[in-house]
Ligand binder design. Structure first.
Ligand SMILES: [Zn+2]
Length: 310
């Protein structure tokens, strides 16, 4: 008999939990009762995984992706954009294993045994290229907003199952912002943390508790070891404690639009992070002139008051 444990169920691609079609042996009497009882218990166990439903929406790239040889981490992401487009982008590019929409619906995009390209340039405790060692979950939302109740519920259950299957402790459920790092640039003279704030609030203790995670990393191991410098102190505070770690509720915690203005203490990098020289980032100069990030040559000549539109 095939045992459909939680792992099996989450792994099934056809949406069915178990198959009885090929059964040729039909035991009778006490043995049959025993088997039926076992099946009932098993079903009870499966239903213990709650009302979690996962829809298969595999990326066309799924079958080309190599299998991972080990799974050490689960990495959480926020799409930084609204639902529909996010799912399409993640799907087209195979950028996560799962996507959780605003309503708490979960979509499988890349099979969990394969590699999804979600972490980019990444490092944790001196281990690099974390796509090779991790499962990525994209959550529709923003790095500085809390999740919807339906999302909390769905992500909590998904994490519980995946952590069980791969024996991943709470401390190894990380946010993309914890593991992403950037190469040196004109503002930072060495490899640095702070390339992204992706899923930042899911590093916060109270948010993690709602996700069923009771423990978290107490510090950034790569900064502590001197492998990286801290280029985003606010991010560091939210992830690892300190004055900035309190999560204000919902939309009041959004970074105000004034934060998108360059001042003498706030560089283009502070605002746009790795997208500072992207053609999707627009700089509106005090005189009204507009330039895209990839059109700017001299980063020292950007005047205070220039607005950065991402
Ligand atoms: Zn991310």
């Amino acid at each position: 008999m095939r045992v459909a444990d939680g792992g099996e169920w989450i792994m099934r691609e056809d949406g069915r939990r178990s198959s009885h079609r090929n059964s040729t042996m039909k035991p009778k009497g006490p043995l049959r009762v025993g088997i039926l009882l076992g099946a009932a218990l098993l079903l009870a166990q499966v239903s213990g995984f709650g009302a979690l439903s996962i829809k298969s929406h595999y990326s066309p790239l799924n079958n080309d992706r190599p299998k991972r040889s080990s799974t050490k981490f689960i990495i959480l992401h926020t799409t930084e954009g609204p639902g529909k487009g996010s799912l399409q982008k993640v799907y087209r590019r195979g950028e996560a294993h799962y996507l959780v929409d605003i309503g708490g619906n979960i979509y499988r995009v890349i099979h969990r045994s394969r590699i999804a390209y979600h972490a980019g340039t990444s490092m944790w405790n001196n281990l690099k290229n974390l796509d090779r060692y991790s499962i990525g979950i994209e959550i529709v939302g923003y790095h500085d907003r809390v999740l919807t109740n339906a999302q909390y519920k769905a992500v909590r259950e998904l994490l519980r199952q995946l952590q069980k299957i791969y024996t991943i402790s709470d401390e190894k459920v990380l946010t993309h912002s914890m593991v992403a790092y950037g190469p040196s640039n004109r503002w930072h003279k060495g490899p640095h943390r702070g390339r992204k704030r992706c899923a930042m609030f899911m590093g916060n203790e109270s948010v993690r508790r709602k996700l069923g995670l009771t423990r978290k990393p107490g510090y950034d191991p790569d900064i502590k070891a001197g492998r990286l410098i801290q280029a985003d102190p606010y991010l560091g505070k939210v992830l690892y404690g300190g004055a900035g770690s309190k999560v204000a509720s919902s939309s009041s915690s959004r970074i105000p639009s004034a934060a998108g203005v360059i001042t003498k203490n706030r560089s283009a990098w502070d605002i746009a992070k790795q997208k500072y020289k992207s053609n999707n980032t627009v700089y509106v100069f005090p005189g009204g002139k507009r330039l895209k990030g990839n059109q700017i040559r001299d980063w020292t000549s950007i005047p205070s008051g220039t607005q950065v539109i991402l």
